[in-house]
Design a protein around this ligand. Structure first.
Ligand code: NAI
Ligand code: MG
Length: 394
């Protein structure tokens, strides 16, 4: 039997992940789940939010299902270390970013597909007193390891770096800026990683019948990095005569988001642009309670909802949060494992529960979260799972 590394993490990650496992079991998916330690308590007690033993587990089993973690800025994190670990030089790093980098999970896939009847779906005004609900079905391919989030950055860069930068004529106007007043974040893009994500995006479009791939960058300004993205997109496109290649600029794309979102099939972008655009599209189809993702490398893959640990709600029992983002992430895992009959059945069950509209979490009712949402008609997290399970079982 297959073994999956279960990484609940912190806060509501610990709530939604077991629910996803319960749902997959009800759909007939059998697996062993081994628990992987990850998150805030391991930072506090061991000085490492991503212990080596967890990396070893993923190395061995290759597939991770991840909930969410709590992350804090460097200084705030240092204050919360166990007393015996204080001032020993431990530095906090986000364990999910750590996983992406360690296993080179360079393809991040974020499908944003509207479920019919979801009250959170984007609607567009049409005529005087009329509106329409565009059937958004867009999949964002975000380069997950390079670009602006590559981590190569400085405040007060070392002399060699500054000297090297000053060989560029455009650095001339920063010549008199004091080192401590100078912050630099790089945007590094490599051709192999670019080729890999472009090919993955076109392959996905072909496999799932999307008619276009949009490379969303800004090559008129970011001539080198966006330039390389667009260049490689055009090359890969030649191998896919039936799929159109569209080129948009990130700023204009964000404006068009509400104009014609239903026209976009697959969108591919650099790390930060992909982060922005996937949140934008997620907002059109219900937001964090619906936003799922996959981080895929050559060997290892980790599936996770894009929301965080929602500390505000972690203490609420019964829990109020929406488990659908986690369910859809589990479905992506099932797809990856070739269990598409089960993932299709789960998605269909979710879609039925949503369109019936009888069982809704607080976010779907546009309520402010809190313990009083139940008396206003919202369901608990576990009740949403039960509702989906009853449909899965038919
Ligand atoms: P968040 O995603 O945890 O919450 C943002 C808002 O959405 C909150 O109002 C929250 O209650 C609500 N929300 C989140 N998930 C929901 C769900 N499934 N159903 C209904 N409502 C939901 O982001 P926030 O508040 O910015 O960060 C909280 C913590 O999570 C921080 O420590 C942050 O660093 C971490 N985080 C972790 C991520 C990860 O594990 N991949 C991603 C984003 C944030
Ligand atoms: Mg984000």
């Amino acid at each position: 039997m297959r073994t999956i590394v279960s990484l609940p993490g912190d806060g509501i990650g610990k709530v939604v992940l077991p629910e996803a496992i319960r749902l997959m079991e009800a759909a007939g998916f059998e697996a062993n789940y081994v628990h992987g330690d990850i998150g805030w308590e391991y930072w506090q007690t061991e000085g490492n939010a991503l212990p080596q033993r967890t990396i070893d587990l993923l190395e061995e089993h290759k597939i991770g299902l991840f909930g969410a973690i709590t992350s804090k800025p460097k200084d705030a994190a240092a204050k919360e270390l166990a007393p015996e670990l204080q001032d020993k030089g431990y530095v906090y790093f986000s364990p999910i970013v750590g996983l992406r980098q360690h296993f080179n999970l360079d393809l991040c896939i974020r499908p944003c597909k509207a479920f019919q009847g979801n009250p959170l779906n984007f609607i567009r005004r049409k005529g005087e007193n009329d509106f329409e609900e565009p059937p958004v079905d867009t999949v964002i391919f975000r380069q997950n390891t390079e670009g602006l989030y590559g981590g190569v950055e400085w405040t007060n860069p070392p002399k060699q770096v500054r000297d090297a930068l000053e060989t560029h004529p455009k650095m001339a106007r920063f010549k008199n800026v004091a080192g401590e007043d100078l912050a630099i974040s790089t945007r590094i893009v490599t051709r192999p990683a670019t080729q890999r994500i472009m090919r993955a995006a076109f392959e996905y479009a072909k496999k799932f019948g999307y008619k276009n791939v949009t490379v969303c960058e800004k090559p008129n300004v970011l001539r080198e990095t966006s330039g390389m993205m667009v260049q490689e997109a055009r090359k890969v496109k030649e191998e896919y005569p039936d799929i159109d290649l569209w080129e948009t600029n990130i700023d204009a794309q964000m404006m068009w988001l509400t104009k014609n979102p239903e026209d976009y099939g697959v969108i591919v972008a650099e790390n930060m642009f992909g982060d922005i655009i996937s949140d934008g599209f997620a907002g059109l189809v219900g937001g964090l309670g619906f936003a799922c993702s996959a981080n895929i490398g050559d060997e290892v893959a980790v599936f996770e909802p894009t929301h965080g640990s929602a500390p505000k709600y972690e203490e609420l029992d019964p829990s109020i949060v929406n488990p659908i983002a986690m369910f859809l992430s589990a479905c992506m895992m099932l797809d990856h494992l070739g269990e598409t009959e089960k993932s299709d059945r789960i998605r269909k069950a979710i879609s039925e529960v949503i369109s019936e509209g009888k069982v809704r979490t607080y976010d779907m009712m546009k309520l402010r979260g809190g313990p009083d949402v139940f008396e206003k008609g919202a369901c608990a997290t576990q009740e949403m799972t039960d509702a989906v399970i009853s449909k899965v079982r038919g």
